[in-house]
Every structure is written in structure tokens, then in C-alpha cells.
Design a protein around this ligand. Structure first.
Ligand code: ZN
Length: 240
């Protein structure tokens, strides 16, 4: 990071609740292929430091999965603006702290926001003052205990699955990254469960194919590929 000043924009709040399901097919259409058979973009922000595979947390695994998807050329990464969107993903992951929230919430971002522009990629995005990953929601809890209250699915992905966790992260990323016209990829959902479900549906409609293919790739392979990608300088600057 080079320098970072806070620029207060709003006190928006984004609750994210995941319950509905939807899926559409997407199609990859790019050329560059690495030895593992995965299509790559030319450059991506370097991955955050990660421990040995055996010590990866569920959050770190979900990050690695998301990094893998966004660093390749596919319909999902295109939706997020390409591998440059990893700048925003890296910041979000670095911000996340565990919390105890309503069981419907996977991740909650709240508080004031600041605008960030990646000096390396030109990607403009925002960050919320606070980002919490819910220990009591679908990111971590499954419905495998009779005594436990029902944890909502994430789209059509069961709670506490590899697929659900990636869908949760990508949903949040959609609140941070802008379209070329300046709007955010996903509208704020605040405490509106309906809009939140629509946002999750949108993410899965675009990224469902990549998410469903994750089981074909080990975390070891993802990490190896991430380390071999040509990296860009991930320095960021804040705009007023
Ligand atoms: Zn949301």
C-alpha cells in the first residue's frame, strides 16, 4: 500500500443474506492456457500471504477459490472487471473479522465507506469501515445438527460448503466494485432480504459455472498456480 486517506462517502450498510437459488450457464472464450489447463489473464494482483495447505482456514480456502476464479479469464471474472478485481478482494479479506450475527448473514459490511483506486490496475472500488464474517451463519455452519436452527442456503448451495463460501465472498465483492458507468455491480441490500437474494442470484447466474467447477481443482493446485501468475504492483491510492 502506498498511502491511504479516508474519504467519507456515506454511512451505507450492506447486510447480506443468502437463501434463494438460481443458475445459468456461462461460457469461457479465451486463449492463454497454463500447464494445469487453466486459462489465465496476463497479470493479477499478488495473492495475500497464506500458510501451508494443511493450515488453511475455511476463509483462506474460500479466498483461494475466489482468487483462482478471478485470476482466470471467464464470464465471472469479466463481470468483476477482470483480475484487477483481486485488489478489492484482497482488501476485503484483510478487513474481515469474525463475529456473531443473525444466522441468515454470511458476511456483513457496514459503516462509512472510502473510495480506493488501484495505482497498478486503475480499478476503482470502495471499502466499508467494518467487514464481519458471521461464525453463526451459512459461511461456517451447516444443517447437520438436529438441535440447530436451519441455516439458509446460499443460492442453491448448501450452507458451509466450498461453493457457498465463494458465492458469499463474490456477493460482497459485487458491493465494492464499480461498473464503467460508476454504479456498483450489485446494489446495496441493507436489511432488505429480497434485494440480497436477488444479488446472490445475480452472482450465481454469472459465476455459477466457475463455482461448480471448483471441486475439480485442489487447493494445492490453486495455490501453485497463484504463485506462478505474473503479478502486478498492488499499490492503491485513495481518491477524494
Ligand atoms: Zn449484499
Amino acid at each position: 500500500m502506498s498511502f491511504r486517506q479516508r474519504a467519507v462517502v456515506s454511512a451505507a450498510i450492506a447486510f447480506c443474506i443468502f437463501t434463494t437459488n438460481h443458475l445459468t450457464q456461462s461460457q469461457s472464450r479465451f486463449a492463454s492456457t497454463n500447464p494445469a489447463g487453466l486459462r489465465l489473464t496476463n497479470a493479477a494482483p499478488a495473492p495475500l500471504p497464506l500458510p501451508d495447505i494443511s493450515k488453511l482456514s475455511e476463509l483462506q480456502k474460500a479466498y483461494l477459490d475466489s482468487y483462482s476464479i478471478l485470476s482466470q479469464r471467464n464470464r465471472c471474472s469479466e463481470f468483476f472487471g477482470g483480475a484487477a478485481s483481486i485488489s478489492a478482494l484482497n482488501d476485503l479479506i484483510s478487513q474481515l473479522r469474525p463475529s456473531h450475527l443473525d444466522k441468515q448473514i454470511g458476511i456483513r459490511m457496514s459503516g462509512e465507506t472510502m473510495n480506493v483506486t488501484s495505482a497498478a490496475t486503475g480499478l476503482s472500488y470502495r471499502l466499508f469501515a467494518k467487514a464481519e464474517v458471521n461464525l453463526d451463519g451459512p459461511f461456517y455452519l451447516a444443517n447437520n445438527l438436529p438441535s440447530r436452527q436451519s441455516i439458509p442456503r446460499v443460492g442453491d448451495f448448501g450452507p458451509s460448503t466450498r461453493e457457498a463460501r465463494v458465492a458469499v465472498l463474490l456477493h460482497e465483492l459485487g458491493h465494492l466494485v464499480r461498473k464503467p458507468n460508476g454504479e456498483y455491480l450489485l446494489p446495496n441490500d441493507g436489511s432488505d432480504f429480497g434485494i440480497s437474494r436477488d444479488n446472490t442470484d445475480r452472482v450465481i447466474a454469472v459465476c455459477g459455472e466457475q463455482i461448480r467447477q471448483l471441486h475439480n481443482t485442489s487447493f494445492e493446485a490453486e495455490m501453485l498456480i497463484a504463485m506462478q501468475l505474473p503479478a502486478v504492483d498492488a499499490d492503491t491510492a485513495v481518491t477524494p
